[in-house]
Structure formats: structure tokens, C-alpha cells
Design a protein around this ligand. Structure first.
Ligand SMILES: *Cc1c(COP(=O)(O)O)cnc(C)c1O
Length: 337
């Protein structure tokens, strides 16, 4: 697979480390657990959107854009990473934030990723839950185009075939690391939302015949919808690479049993996952994505889904900057009283 023919900027810190998690492995008593640190991609606190943005921003600059427009939830990690890359490239950045969670908590509305978006100099726009965000982006683009700007619209989560190339590359990177370590990976587990991460990984794994299964743990949509979204984008990605539609339905595994009441809303299991990773491995998860992905992994380990000698890798997709938006859920004691 030849990725070098696509425009790309190189700002991610790659390869990200692949590390064992001995204390978590021992605590859970199941398979050997590893972590692929895509929370350490370097830019703006890191996260999975940085790999996608290398290709998306490469394309934006190739197209001569001077303005980047994208959208996400209020505490979008994608918006934060986009704001940082735009700043780095000297481009104007318009972030359209959807109030998906619906809370008046000032930490949620102004701290965490929102604070960082502001520091990176992005222009923030508020939208009520349920707004057609693609239509909203089209309207902002139209207005700015009339004002003489050259706009590049990045879809939510950076999830289209261009963005997914970042995770085709990540699949090849992980396969290389596993080969170098003599590690036979039985499963790669991660949180899946707008589907670009899993679509790129599956496209890369299938395209390169690595034989590493990928399990996406859903954070929003039900199983059938998430499966269809990943499969469709994975095939669009292999087609974009000139390989044809080579991804089959059984190549895509999703489990959306850990969403709880909805997107961005914590569950007892996601809070336990944050607590456990922090206290066994000193690693921070985020409440919206990686904690739900890890909650799925923990539950499957406890249910005996894998044998003790099997090797399971968790892809840490980042997002711990959002912890500051969820302060009230962690019950910091009033230690000054
Ligand atoms: C966006 C995001 C995901 C989900 O990735 P998709 O490509 O949207 O499926 C997972 N974890 C974190 C921290 C994210 O910000």
C-alpha cells in the first residue's frame, strides 16, 4: 500500500509507543494487555485526530485553503486538534460546536477542550443539539467564500477516506512494531465514534493482510448503525487507495453495549475504567471515548472472552483534556476545609 502519493504534513510524533500494562493485566487476571499510545501523538495534547489531520491538512494546503471549518460536540477532541494544526499552518479556524450533552455546567461549556480551542485562536460557534451540522458548516463556508476566503471543510471527527489514511498508516505502524517485538496480537480494541479510526485500521489490516482483528467499542450509535458506518468508510478508503472494495462484513467487529445513556454521558463502568487505569498504570483516559472503550475491554476480560496467554492491545485514542470538563463527576474532596 502506497500512502506517499497522498498529500500529507508531518507533525505527529510517530511511531507512538506500544507498551505493556503489567499491573492492569495482573489486576484483571486475563490476557496479556498492551497499550498503543495514540494519546501521545504530540500535537496539542495528542489524540487520534492528529494522524487524520496529517492527510486532511495536507490536502487543504494542496487545495490552497486559507480557512479550515469543522464541527463536533462541545468537548470535541477533534476540534481541539484541528484548531492547533490550523494555528501551526497559519490558517483561520472556524469550529462549530454542537451542545449534544445539554448541560449548564461551566466546566463542560468553558473548560477542557473549549479552553484550548480558544487558546489556539479558533473562532467558536454554538449550535443546539440536533442541528444539521453538515448544513451548518456549508452555510459558514458559503458566507466566508463570499467574503473572499478559500475554505476547506473537514467532516466531523475527520472521518472521510482522506482522514482514514492516517489510520491505514497506524495499522502498518502497529504491525511493524508487533513484528519487531515478536508479538502475536490477538485483538486490537479501541473506542469508535465517527468511524474513521476503525475504518482506516481495518482498511490497513485487510489491505496488508496483517491478520490482526480490530474490535471497535461504540460510544454513540447502536451496533448495526456503527457496523454499517465503519464498513462503508473502510471500503471507501480502500477504493480511494486504488485497491477496490476489499473489506468484508466479517472484517468489521463492533460492540456498542457500553454507551450507557448516551454520547458524552459517563457510566459506572467508564468511571471505573478511568479509576483503574490511573491507579494501576498511571495513564489518563477520557470520559467520552477511551473510558468507554476500556470499559468494554475490562468487561470482556472479566467475562473470559480471551485466554490468559492471548495478547490484547488497547489503542488509546487520547482525550484526557476533556477530564477537566467533567470535574464534578470525580468528587475531589474539600481538602482545605
Ligand atoms: C474521536 C475520538 C475517538 C473516536 O474516533 P473515530 O474516528 O471518530 O471513530 C476515540 N477516542 C477519542 C479520544 C476521540 O477523540
Amino acid at each position: 500500500m502506497k500512502l506517499s502519493r497522498f498529500p500529507r504534513l508531518n507533525f505527529a510524533h510517530l511511531p507512538t509507543p506500544l507498551e505493556p500494562m503489567p499491573r492492569l493485566t495482573e489486576t484483571l487476571g486475563g490476557p496479556q494487555l498492551w497499550i498503543k499510545r495514540d494519546d501521545c501523538t504530540g500535537l496539542a495534547g495528542g489524540g487520534n485526530k492528529t494522524r487524520k489531520l496529517e492527510f486532511l491538512m495536507g490536502q487543504a494546503l494542496a487545495d490552497g485553503a486559507d480557512t479550515i471549518i469543522t464541527q463536533g460536540a462541545t468537548q470535541s477532541n477533534h476540534a481541539r486538534q484541528t484548531a492547533a494544526v490550523a494555528a501551526r499552518c497559519g490558517l483561520r479556524c472556524e469550529l462549530l460546536l454542537e451542545d449534544r450533552v445539554g448541560t449548564e455546567d461551566p466546566d463542560y461549556n468553558y473548560n477542557g477542550n473549549v479552553l484550548l480551542d480558544h487558546i489556539f485562536g479558533a473562532n467558536l460557534h454554538y449550535f443546539a443539539a440536533g442541528t444539521d451540522m453538515n448544513e451548518a458548516m456549508a452555510q459558514v463556508a458559503e458566507q466566508l467564500t463570499r467574503d473572499g476566503r478559500k475554505c476547506y471543510v473537514v467532516p466531523g471527527g475527520g472521518s472521510n477516506p482522506t482522514g482514514a489514511l492516517g489510520y491505514v498508516n497506524a495499522a502498518l505502524e502497529l504491525a511493524q512494531q508487533a513484528n519487531d517485538l515478536g508479538l502475536n496480537i490477538d485483538c486490537l480494541v479501541h473506542a469508535t465514534g465517527s468511524a474513521g479510526t476503525q475504518a482506516g485500521l481495518v482498511a490497513g489490516m485487510v489491505g496488508a493482510r496483517t491478520d490482526i482483528p480490530v474490535l471497535g467499542v461504540g460510544v454513540r450509535a447502536p451496533d448495526a448503525v456503527q457496523h454499517a458506518n465503519v464498513l462503508k468508510l473502510a471500503n471507501a478508503t480502500t477504493a480511494y487507495m486504488g485497491l477496490g472494495e476489499i473489506v468484508h462484513t466479517q472484517d468489521v467487529q463492533v460492540n456498542c453495549a457500553y454507551v450507557g445513556e448516551g454520547y458524552g454521558l459517563s457510566t459506572a463502568a467508564s468511571l471505573e475504567a478511568i479509576d483503574l487505569l490511573a491507579k494501576t498504570e498511571g495513564i489518563l483516559l477520557d470520559p467520552v471515548y477511551s473510558a468507554k472503550g476500556m470499559a468494554g475491554l475490562i468487561d470482556l476480560v472479566r467475562k473470559g472472552h480471551w485466554k490468559k496467554e492471548q495478547q490484547v492491545v488497547f489503542l488509546h485514542t487520547g482525550g484526557s483534556q476533556a477530564l477537566f470538563a467533567y470535574r464534578q463527576e470525580f468528587g475531589v474532596p474539600d481538602y482545605r476545609a
